[in-house]
Design a protein around this ligand. Sequence first.
Ligand code: AMP
Ligand code: ZN
Length: 109
Amino acid sequence: MSECIFCKIAARELPAEIVFEDEKTIAFKDINPHAPVHVLLVPKQHYTLLDDLPENEEEAGRLLLNVKKVAAILGISGGYKVLVNNGQSAGQVVPHLHVHLLAGKKFAL
Ligand code: AMP
Ligand code: ZN
């Protein structure tokens, strides 16, 4: 999607602090962090919503396993929070599926 900011980051057309990348996923620091560690994991393929993710267990599973991998790369100890806002009413602002990985503070819910 040509006007999508996360597609542009994946294509290196916009800057980001990238912490991990593989064939299908890119992970970078959130520009407006809500915790001392706040990284977004983004499928390189454009899906607007989690609902749009295909019924592909390998692809979906890899995204979640990459959360674990990025947590290890970042040396997170003491736990972390994993969050997907699916749709506007859930608080999704960027219409490209992304997984929030947050750590470094105590979270409510
Ligand atoms: P959401 O509310 O789930 O759509 O979250 C979108 C997140 O993307 C927010 O936490 C923003 O701070 C973050 N964000 C928006 N633009 C950028 C950007 N250019 N680089 C890094 N993070 C961004
Ligand atoms: Zn996109």
